[in-house]
Ligand binder design. Structure first.
Ligand code: P6P
Length: 338
């Protein structure tokens, strides 16, 4: 073995990266850095629970439906508790919007400058079949003056107001991917050291791709333009890849190029995915990686939320692929107008 191979650098930890990037923000006071660390810590804990779910009796349904009318899995509840506790104890957050909570959680923290919208465990129906799942988070600044209760203006903010966003992926390896508006970076969890290490620096989505991700089983009730686009993908011999776990599907498409679509359907007249704690975060990440995210008509980040658990149709991927899908909507509208 050459000397040069002895003591190879182990790379940059998430903590060191956050601190280094904080220096890019001259007026940063370290609170956002601490908040990102709090999220990473909760992610480590949830990852541990997921990895041993089958052994400690926390797989399977919890036996309660959440506000969405979806069957809560035990790990949904555990992840929700873990992230709320980490954010509350971290002291940087004044309010939390969670998929698993009907109302905003006001932490009554006068010092909390940030609002966090989170899907604690997305894709949890896949837990028992050992398919990758994830956590999705958005971070906003509090708008109203500190000290009083949080207000609607703090909670229903456009995606353009995000100061940071990202996801944790509990997959073949656990990862944390996030942006603070200056590019996207990915960190892989080294379990023996209990640290996230920088593994994917300045992530950019390919200009195009040959993967399309959509639940084709629902195509009978898709808008016609969506089926026209799916036919186009088939004519191009694209690959259909759909795991049924948004974070896993998005992460793959971010790395190799592909479009993910959750359109309106009979079962989901406004689409299924939630604007505040699923779509806005991934839209921020994909735009920072050079991609695009719309509801089929307008930029996701420009949508003014009107309710906490608002759903939107979701088209996300390389700009060229999203534009192509939208061109079929425009053609369909033109045909109707003529
Ligand atoms: P369907 C999981 O419930 C989720 O929110 C996403 O992770 C996933 O992409 C989608 O729903 C799957 O929904 O209707 O295709 O089963």
């Amino acid at each position: 073995m050459q000397n040069s191979q002895l003591g190879l650098p182990i790379g940059t930890t998430l903590d060191r990266f956050i601190k280094r990037k904080q220096e890019d923000f001259p007026f940063a006071t370290g609170e956002l850095s601490q908040l990102l660390r709090d999220i990473a810590l909760a992610g480590k804990i949830v990852n541990r629970e997921i990895n041993r779910a089958g052994l400690i009796g926390v797989s399977g349904a919890f036996g309660v439906q959440n506000v969405q009318g979806e069957e809560q899995q035990k790990l949904d509840v555990i992840a929700n508790i873990r992230f709320i506790r980490a954010l509350r104890n971290g002291g940087e957050v004044c309010a939390i919007i969670s998929e698993e909570e009907e109302d905003v959680i006001d932490l009554s923290n006068p010092k909390g400058r940030y609002v966090v919208a989170i899907d604690p465990l997305d894709g949890s129906s896949n837990i028992d079949v050992n398919v990758s799942i994830g956590t999705i988070f958005s971070i906003y600044r509090r708008k109203s003056p500190g000290g009083g209760p949080v207000s609607e203006e703090d909670v229903l903010q456009k995606g353009t107001e995000q100061v940071a966003a990202g996801y944790l992926l509990y997959g073949s390896s656990a990862m944390m991917v996030y942006t603070t508006g200056r590019g996207v970076n990915g960190f892989t969890y080294e379990t023996t050291l209990g640290e996230f290490f920088l593994s994917h620096q300045n992530m950019t989505i390919p200009k195009t791709g040959n993967i399309y991700s959509i639940n084709d089983g629902a195509c009978r009730s898709f808008p016609s333009f969506v089926n026209d686009y799916i036919d186009y993908c088939k004519d191009q011999s694209y690959s259909a890849r759909y795991i049924g776990s948004l974070v896993a599907d998005f992460h793959r498409n971010l790395l190799v190029g592909g479009i993910y679509i959750y359109p309106t359907s009979n079962k989901a007249p406004n689409g299924k995915l939630r604007l505040l704690y699923e779509c806005n975060a991934l839209a921020f990440v994909v735009e920072q990686a050079g991609g695009k995210a719309t509801n089929g008509d307008m930029r996701i980040l420009d949508i003014q939320p009107t309710e906490l658990h608002q759903r939107v149709p979701f088209f996300i991927g390389p700009k060229a692929m999203v534009d192509k899908a939208e061109s079929y909507k425009k053609m369909a509208a033109k045909a109707v107008a003529e």
